[in-house]
Design a protein around this ligand. Sequence first.
Ligand SMILES: Cc1cc2nc3c(=O)[nH]c(=O)nc-3n(C[C@H](O)[C@H](O)[C@H](O)COP(=O)(O)OP(=O)(O)OC[C@H]3O[C@@H](n4cnc5c(N)ncnc54)[C@H](O)[C@@H]3O)c2cc1C
Length: 404
Amino acid sequence: MTEFSLELTEDQLQIQKWVHDFAETVVRPAAHEWDEREETPWPIIEEAAKIGLYSLDFVSQCFLDPTGLLMPLIAEEMAWGDAGINLAIFGTTLAVAGIFANGTEEQIGEFLPQCFGTPDDIKLAAFGVSEPDAGSDVSSLRSRARYDEATDEWVLNGTKTWITNGGIANLHVLVLSVDPELGARGQASFVVPEGTPGIRQGQKFKKMGIRASHTAEVILEDCRVPGRCLLGGKERLDERMARAKEGRRSSSQAAMATFEASRPTVGAQAVGIARAAYEYSLDYAKERTQFKRPIIENQAVAFKLADMKTRIDAARLLVHRAAWMGRVGKHFDNGEGSMSKLFAGETAVWVTEQAIQILGGYGYIRDYPVERWHRDAKIYTIFEGTSEIQRLIISRAISGRHIQ
Ligand SMILES: Cc1cc2nc3c(=O)[nH]c(=O)nc-3n(C[C@H](O)[C@H](O)[C@H](O)COP(=O)(O)OP(=O)(O)OC[C@H]3O[C@@H](n4cnc5c(N)ncnc54)[C@H](O)[C@@H]3O)c2cc1C
């Protein structure tokens, strides 16, 4: 019988330490500067590429870890360093997940190396579903992909919004509607490789948090990509749409397959931010003296820290469970992927707010990192499915009812 254990393997511990060292010595010291500059931190991405952290090899190693835990372990350490810089470095992996989830072996072999490039010629990738009128409701995408049989090309038109690395990415994976009447089941993922005419960046957004990560609109104007850029291939798409037209069930659609796989990793980033704020406020509470004693000696402060630590550990356990289930092929019968992202995201918002309270006035000013962590944490209840959408997924899964 296999023994139950929550212990990490030697390999996992070593890699976790390696990434932690990078987060501590390179990422965290740069966090304030890039938050203020609101720009992609190219020098830090270069550093990550130089040591092999930003590379196809390393990301493949994480994806292929048999326990599924390596990806969330790395994400937690990196977001502990800085969530915005982490996303600037690893935003590419969302496109990688999109290619893995929907692509053929051949497409995986062709497109994944193009997502990373080499340390001397770094490439970034982006994954775009959201549109101005289709955020939570991804079934109502307006952007269209039309097949041109004469040239075996797909012609892409429309506007994607809030896309991480949008427009600055070398390769974009975009979900578009082929047959709008079929809703989500009439959609497919397309790769737009570097140098394709007809794709450009629209507005770049100024944000509340994760400001080192670039977020922008992506505009498609008669953007033509070869037939082989349809992930999964035309035959599979035609079969899927035929099944949908006959009202038969089909496997999950393009965007959802990607989000399901990436939710625990997103949850792990939220855990990383929460842990950073908890550790900082714990140290602060031991140092800061008021009424002639360290503030931690007040239950009001110490109990806050006890609750912060408990919720962080609970969030991490949910994240690791979902990551393990996803890797070993256990179905999320109760929305376990959503649970991990929901709880971790809300924990990060709550914990970082408590941390501000523990620091008092110092928590509110930009000289200290705590207010930044709170701003960074908030996105985790919004992107990759809002908290409400996660609750919808969980409640539908546990009830079998179509909760509205
Ligand atoms: C910084 C940032 C980076 C992002 N990166 C990407 C990216 O790389 N790729 C990408 O495709 N997208 C990205 N997004 C988009 C993100 O996924 C969407 O913002 C998110 O899905 C919510 O969509 P929305 O903003 O249109 O909100 P809406 O869907 O309009 O929701 C507004 C509010 O209504 C609630 N609501 C909506 N429908 C329901 C319902 N049925 N039941 C209950 N409540 C509901 C929501 O929970 C929310 O509170 C990013 C967004 C941001 C801000």
